[in-house]
Design a protein around this ligand. Structure first.
Ligand SMILES: [Zn+2]
Ligand SMILES: [Zn+2]
Length: 191
């Protein structure tokens, strides 16, 4: 392979890895917000996000009893709308397209993590096995109460770094005065 082509392949691969990490991080950030900010009585936010998230913590396997389209609907609407905006504004690039496709895949990856390995589609099973997609054992770290770590669900790469660094606790300390959060009593009692 010509040297310039090799450099292009390396650069594109690096960008795809960064886009995976970015999509995983944004998904994790939203999940953290659902778990942390407001409560079930917060207007709009509570019924739309906090309650379904609490229900998922209490009954994790129910996620796969919901039709995949219904389960993925919200994230697909959001990512589809944002992609349409970038396209109509003439700002669409392959990086933005890949980012939103990966973002839109967050919930499906999460569903795969609650699926028995034997029932996983072969591509998902292979991607989990080679460590490109997060697997059930990794995600289960989040399902152990008090659900305070492993917020990212797409890849197995980010959670160890963010959790070891205490990223989510640092973010809570930083934003607590503005959002009067987190709602979890263990943190509230320390403020
Ligand atoms: Zn959670
Ligand atoms: Zn889950």
């Amino acid at each position: 392979m010509h040297v310039t082509s090799l450099v292009s392949v390396v650069l594109i691969s690096l960008q795809v890895i960064i886009l995976c990490l970015a999509a995983d991080f944004v998904g994790g950030l939203f999940h953290w917000a659902e778990d942390t900010i407001g409560d079930v009585d917060t207007p709009l936010w509570g019924p739309l996000f906090v309650r379904p998230n609490n229900d998922h913590h209490e009954n994790p396997s129910a996620i796969n009893r919901v039709h995949w389209l219904l389960s993925n609907r919200d994230i697909l609407i959001v990512t589809g709308t944002l992609m349409a905006f970038f396209w109509l504004a003439g700002l669409m690039t392959w990086q933005i397209l890949v980012f939103f496709l990966l973002m839109g895949f967050n919930q499906q990856a999460h569903r795969f993590e609650h699926c028995a390995t034997v029932r996983l589609p072969v591509p998902a099973r292979l991607l989990q096995r080679v460590g490109l997609l997060q697997n059930a054992r990794h995600h289960w770290q989040h399902h152990r109460p008090p659900h305070r770590n492993a917020y990212c669900v797409l890849t197995p790469w980010l959670n160890p770094v963010l959790d070891r660094w205490g990223f989510w606790r640092r973010l809570e300390r930083l934003l607590a005065p503005a959002f009067r959060m987190p709602r979890r009593p263990d943190i509230v009692s320390r403020q």
